[in-house]
Design a protein around this ligand. Structure first.
Ligand code: NAD
Length: 250
C-alpha cells in the first residue's frame, strides 16, 4: 500500500463508522497518525481497537462548539499540529417537502454544515502550511434525489465551502477538495428506512440507477480520500471528486 502519508497527523470526524472508519484504517496503514471523533464512546473504543495503532478516539459532537474545542485541545496537547483534516461526520434523513419540520432542518444543518465549518475553523491555528483538507459532500450536492431537500442542500453547502476555502486558504498553501460519494454500503442507510427489509429494498432501488450496478464499499472512498490527502494530488484544489460508480456522471 506504500507509505504515502508517512508521519502525517490527520483528524477524521465521524471516524468510528462507515467511510470515516475505513479512511482511518487506510491512513494508519499508509503511515499517518489519526485522531478520530464520534458521539458514542463505546463505538469509538471499538473503532480504536479495530484500527489498532497510531490512533486516538475523542468523543466529540460536531454540532457542539465546546466539543470541537475539546478536539482542538486534545490534538494540540498530543501532537501540536495537523496535516490532514477529513471533515466526514454527517447524517442523512429524508422527508418530502410537505413534511419538513424545523427540527429536521436544524438538526441536519447543525451537523452537516455548521459542524463541518466550525471544525475546520477551530483546527486552523494548528493546521500545517501545505496541508490538505477533504470535505465529505455527496452526489446530492448536484442531483435532485426525491425527498432529500435538506440533506442535499447541506451537501451543496459543503461543496461550496471547498470552493471558497480554496481561495481563503491559498496563502497558507492549504488545498481544499470535496469528495462526493454515490451509494456506499455503510450504516447511514438504516436511518433512511424503518427496518432491515425496507433498507435492503431501498438499496436495491438505488443500485438500479448506478451504471456499475452495485453499491460502493467504504474503502473505495477511503482510497480517494487518501489520494487527495497525499502529495499525489499536489496540483489539485477546489474540486469535487465523485466516487459514485458513474451515478451522477451520465
Ligand atoms: P455512518 O453513519 O457509518 O457514519 C457517519 C459518521 O458520522 C459516524 O462516525 C457518526 O458517529 C458521525 N456523526 C454523525 N453525527 C455526528 C455528530 N453530531 N458529531 C460527531 N460525529 C457524528 O455513514 P457514512 O456513510 O460513513 O457517512 C459518512 C459521510 O459520508 C456523511 O457525511 C455522509 O453524508 C457521507 N455520504 C455517505 C454516502 C453513503 O452512501 N454512505 C453517500 C454520500 C455521502
Amino acid at each position: 500500500m506504500g507509505n504515502k502519508l508517512e508521519g502525517k497527523i490527520a483528524v477524521i470526524t465521524g471516524g468510528n463508522s462507515g467511510i470515516g472508519l475505513a479512511t482511518a484504517k487506510r491512513f494508519v496503514t499508509e503511515g499517518a497518525y489519526v485522531f478520530i471523533t464520534g458521539r458514542r464512546q463505546k463505538q469509538l473504543d471499538l473503532a480504536v481497537s479495530e484500527i489498532g495503532k497510531n490512533v486516538i478516539g475523542i468523543q466529540s459532537d460536531v454540532s457542539n462548539l465546546a466539543d470541537i474545542d475539546k478536539l482542538y485541545n486534545t490534538v494540540k496537547d498530543e501532537k501540536n499540529h495537523i496535516d490532514i483534516i477529513f471533515a466526514n461526520a454527517g447524517i442523512a434523513q429524508f422527508a418530502p417537502l410537505e413534511k419538513i419540520s424545523e427540527e429536521h432542518f436544524v438538526k441536519i444543518f447543525s451537523i452537516n454544515v455548521k459542524g463541518l465549518l466550525f471544525t475546520v475553523q477551530t483546527l486552523l491555528p494548528i493546521f500545517q502550511e501545505g496541508g490538505s483538507i477533504i470535505l465529505n459532500a455527496s452526489i446530492g450536492s448536484s442531483k435532485g434525489i426525491e425527498e432529500s431537500s435538506v440533506y442535499s442542500a447541506t451537501k451543496a453547502a459543503v461543496r461550496s465551502f471547498a470552493r471558497t476555502w480554496t481561495v481563503d486558504l491559498r496563502h497558507r498553501k492549504i488545498r481544499v477538495n470535496a469528495i462526493s460519494p454515490g451509494p456506499i454500503d455503510t450504516p447511514i442507510f438504516s436511518n433512511l428506512t424503518q427496518n432491515e427489509e425496507q433498507s435492503e429494498q431501498f438499496k436495491k432501488n438505488i443500485v438500479n440507477t448506478v451504471p456499475m450496478r452495485r453499491m460502493g464499499n467504504p474503502d473505495e472512498v477511503a482510497k480517494v480520500v487518501s489520494f487527495l490527502a497525499s502529495d499525489d494530488s499536489s496540483y489539485i484544489t477546489g474540486i469535487e471528486l465523485f466516487v459514485d460508480g458513474g451515478l451522477a456522471q451520465i
